[in-house]
Design a binder for this molecule. Structure first.
Ligand code: PMP
Ligand code: GLN
Length: 385
């Protein structure tokens, strides 16, 4: 019997699952997969419990429960002054992952090209491939990981349909600035492209770096599908409540695909996230500030161990160049790290077509308790210090 379709046979196992399994098997401290080791706000958990107990346990409407769609629209207005109609311009999804998949399925045809930032989030590549489309990576290169505007322009061809952006960017921590975003917007408008923008780390920026949604730039609202998720903003990665917002035809395209993948997403968690999105500004600021402190703790410690550290302006992740420790291949380094030091990290190279650009780079997650980061750093100092 044939075991796999051609569509999935080349995809392998996601690096995040692979590295978390390695951490479990070896008892290593897991700074690989990006998930917090503490829960989000207790009040939000209580709201979910209340919803579970009060009969909100049957299918939600396909686009999401009205109070969550209204809260998402209100959030876009409150933080970005974006006007979003909760009835036609919002769809709730099973995490940002489903939103990205449904967007690509709903908007891109086989043979069309998608420009994507590299290093890329691994699901982008898998879904672009399952769609039968072609990826055109634009590399954010070490040591600054900024967007090269000439590489961007060169990646666009007559077959380009969409730009799939991610800012704040996983894994580099780059927060695209106004100039970079304007350059992308200029290209999108000139070539009449759709922009799909994954902004799951929108509230996790540091040192005052401003997250600018590309949909707020002149002429962009009508061609931008914005994606986010409760996972990162509220530290509930296991809830898998995400969403996409944008002009009704783009949202309709997402919904057209989504209805036949999941039909609808976790009903009782949706009212709880509606409440979370309405939390006061201090919640968002304090969450980012707490994370920034752990970023500094991890980055300082990694530098002490001798790694060349790129301090990120956003996300859960710091990137290091491992060559000062005498290694040049991040994959080999990460596979041997549990035995050598009792720590798990993620090699960048799996996120590149240009593997050489990522070979010496390794990503470390700091969305962990201070004591866990301390333990990881002690182990690394023991191994390399
Ligand atoms: N996009 C990016 C850039 C991510 O880092 C992640 C992982 N957290 C996701 C999408 C997936 O988000 P979700 O868990 O909401 O599906
Ligand atoms: N986004 C998380 C990361 O980059 C992992 C999510 C997943 O495992 N799919 O580590």
């Amino acid at each position: 019997m044939k075991q796999h379709s051609a569509r999935v046979s080349g995809l392998g196992t996601t690096i995040f699952a692979e590295m978390s399994a390695l951490a479990q098997r070896t008892g290593a401290v897991n700074l690989g997969q990006g998930f917090p080791d503490t829960d989000g706000p207790a009040s939000v958990i209580e709201a979910a419990v209340e919803a579970l107990r009060s009969g909100r346990n049957q299918y939600a409407p396909g686009p999401g429960v009205p109070e969550l769609r209204e809260a998402i629209a209100a959030h876009q207005q409150r933080f970005y002054a974006l006007d979003v109609d909760p009835d036609t311009e919002v769809v709730v999804t099973t995490g940002a992952t489903e939103a990205v998949a449904a967007a690509l399925l709903g908007l891109v045809d086989p043979g069309e090209e998608v420009v994507v930032l590299e290093p890329y989030y691994d699901s982008y590549v898998a879904v672009i491939s399952m769609v039968g489309a072609i990826r055109r990576p634009v590399t954010l290169r070490a040591p600054t990981f900024r967007l090269d505007l000439s590489e961007l322009r060169a990646a666009v061809t007559p077959r380009t349909r969409a730009v799939l952006l991610n800012s704040p960017h996983n894994p580099t921590g780059t927060v695209l600035d106004a100039e970079e975003l304007q350059a992308i917007a200029d290209v999108a408008i000139e070539h009449d492209l759709v922009v799909i923008t994954d902004e799951v780390y929108e509230h996790l920026t540091f040192d005052g770096a401003a997250h600018i949604p590309i949909g707020t730039l002149p002429g962009m609202a009508e061609r931008t599908l914005s994606i986010s998720s409760a996972g990162k903003t509220f530290a509930f990665t296991g809830w898998k409540i995400g969403w996409a917002t944008g002009p009704a035809p783009l949202v309709q395209a997402v919904l057209a695909a989504k209805q036949f993948m999941t039909f609808t997403s976790g009903a009782p968690l949706q009212p709880a996230i509606a409440g979370a999105l309405s939390l006061p500004a201090e919640f968002f600021a304090e969450h980012a500030a707490g994370l920034q402190a752990r970023r500094d703790q991890l980055c300082g410690g990694l530098a002490d161990v001798g790694l060349d550290v790129h301090v990120p302006a956003g996300t859960y992740f710091a990137t290091t160049d491992i060559r000062p420790l005498g290694y040049d291949d991040g994959m080999q380094f990460c596979l041997s790290l549990p035995e050598r030091a009792g720590v798990v990290a993620v090699p960048h190279q799996v996120f590149y077509d240009d593997v050489e650009a990522g070979r010496p780079l390794v990503r470390w997650a700091f969305c962990k308790q201070e004591s866990v980061i301390d333990e990881a750093l002690n182990r690394l100092r023991g191994a390399f210090g």
